[in-house]
Design a protein. Sequence first.
Length: 178
Amino acid sequence: MRLFVAIELPEELRDYYSKIQDKIGADLANINWVKKENIHITLKFLGEVREERIAKVKKILANIKFEPFSLATKEIGVFPSESYIRVVWIGFIEEEKLFELHKLIDISLSKMFDMEKRFLGHVTLARVKFVKDKTKFIDRLKSIEIEKKEFKVDRFKLYKSTLTKQGPVYDFVEEYKL
């Protein structure tokens, strides 16, 4: 089973991100948009997990203690660079607590899964296959004003991801309150 740990975002925030996707448009690049219902913050991608290991993963995650915190949208950007665009993302203001939660999850699961070398807290809006005009595309992204939208993080979830021809399908497995 293909699993990941993530923060589910409020509906109104996913609506806002969907409007940003509309502003980006698809005329300057070949883009695969993240479906509105799939927009989230990945804390840790676990990959394929054998059925007999899932109970242990759930137990480890259930033992994580962390205080609720707030995040707010900050900026739009691209990975890995403006000269080689593969992902369009939204970042956050004062994301220290997000990094701390990720690190705690990463360390807690480190006996079962490799630790991540680098964590960049973000929401993926799109995966980019090809950009027709990089300069115009980057200019358009920079022209989009990102409103400060604050939201409370008081839980994270374990999800199952099933890859289909229509894109990934995410199913909720377990919820963990902070």
